[in-house]
Design a protein around this ligand. Structure first.
Ligand code: OSB
Ligand code: MG
Length: 354
């Protein structure tokens, strides 16, 4: 039975400003959520980011208050099941993710299982991850060389902050610094019209720039437009922040794109993201799991989910270094991989007593 539950706000500064075609931020604000049962504590993180498809902080705060006050006296399994009824993932995904993680952390600790194996017995222990180098226009050669020296094989860059020709020229300039098998993952965050995206992709195809994928190329990503673009691209196009709004009616075979970027904090929880991943994979659609640049309390369960999904594609989980301070130790990439520990639960342990 859950005896106590609570949440407290956090405000973590970034080491450097985050920039994307959908705007940026310089700090991450959220809440550490916890639930206690029989001497164990489970943790979750609620860190809304409306640009990524979550609710606002105001809406998340009132949902958290309501959901957390209902926990004491409930069994963990009952509370988990109640989330499906009482908390619409479509309207409050970040709040639902936080509660879901706290309860799943608690349940898996109780069973002595890592969260990933509690989610899926066939979970893997190692995750390939990309590094995120920020906006293409601000990137220098040294950063590109250093990221490869650290062992990253997929380097992610934000594009669409300037015109497509400027972005293309910057890529051509950087290309000599790329050593095989390093590839670039580009994220346009919905910056382009169909004509701009077509021009950019067709131009790229004539260069030798090794592109791994492009996330959210289109301002209006209808399946028809995406399919037209995808037919031009020898690499996957991916849907990311346009996904949460379409979740209710989502048929993975009808998206027009070959890849989905899954952010469990924007999709409303671990199990429902895992279910979506399975449906996508059954339809030959690749999936990638990424963080919301939230605290370690959210990054750990997100990485555990990626372990449960078990795909070879690099995940966007190397985001801990964007934060100048954190709530606990973070999953650390080494040579382009995150090695998940065997200990029970998500792996998150808060550094200071709250
Ligand atoms: O994919 C990654 O490497 C990190 C996650 C990431 O880029 C991201 C983080 C917060 C909000 C939006 C995005 C994005 O992919 O657009
Ligand atoms: Mg993205």
């Amino acid at each position: 039975m859950i005896e106590r539950a609570g949440f407290r706000p956090y405000d973590l500064p970034l080491r450097q400003g985050w920039a994307s075609a959908r705007g940026g931020f310089t700090r991450r604000l959220g809440w550490l959520v916890w639930a206690e049962s029989e001497g164990l504590t489970g943790y979750g993180d609620c860190a809304p980011l409306p640009a990524a498809g979550t609710e606002s902080h105001e809406i998340a705060a009132s949902a958290l208050k309501r959901l957390i006050s209902a926990l004491p006296g409930q069994e963990i399994a009952t509370a988990l099941a109640a989330l499906d009824v009482e908390c619409a993932a479509t309207t409050t995904p970040a709040a639902r993710f936080a509660l879901d993680c706290a309860l799943a952390d608690l349940a898996s600790r109780r069973q002595g299982l890592s969260l990933r194996r509690w989610l899926a017995p066939e979970a893997v222990d190692r995750l390939a991850v990309n590094t995120l180098l920020g906006a293409l226009g601000q990137l220098d050669r040294e950063t590109l060389v250093a990221a490869q020296a650290q062992g990253f094989r997929v380097l992610k860059l934000k594009v669409g902050l300037r015109s497509p020709p400027e972005d293309l020229e910057a890529l051509m300039t950087l290309m000599p610094a790329l050593k095989a098998p390093t590839t670039l993952r580009l994220d346009a965050n919905g910056a382009w019209s169909l004509d701009q995206a077509r021009w950019f992709i067709e131009s790229l195809v004539h260069t030798q720039v090794p592109i791994e994928s492009i996330e959210e190329p289109l301002a209006e990503p209808t399946p028809k437009r995406l399919a037209e673009l995808q037919a031009l691209a020898p690499f996957p196009l991916a849907l990311d922040e346009s996904l949460p709004t379409r979740l209710a009616t989502l048929d993975p075979t009808q998206l027009g794109a070959r890849r989905l970027v899954l952010k469990p904090a924007a999709l409303g929880g671990l199990n429902r993201t895992l279910a979506l991943a399975r449906r996508a994979q059954d339809a030959q659609i690749e999936v990638v799991v990424t963080s919301l640049v939230e605290s370690a309390a959210g990054l750990w369960p997100t990485a555990q989910l990626a372990g449960a999904i078990a795909t070879p594609v690099a995940h966007g989980l190397a985001t801990a270094d964007w934060l100048a301070a954190d709530l606990g130790a973070t999953p650390r990439p080494r040579a382009g991989w995150i090695e998940l520990p065997d200990r029970p639960g998500s792996g998150f342990v808060p550094t200071a007593p709250s």
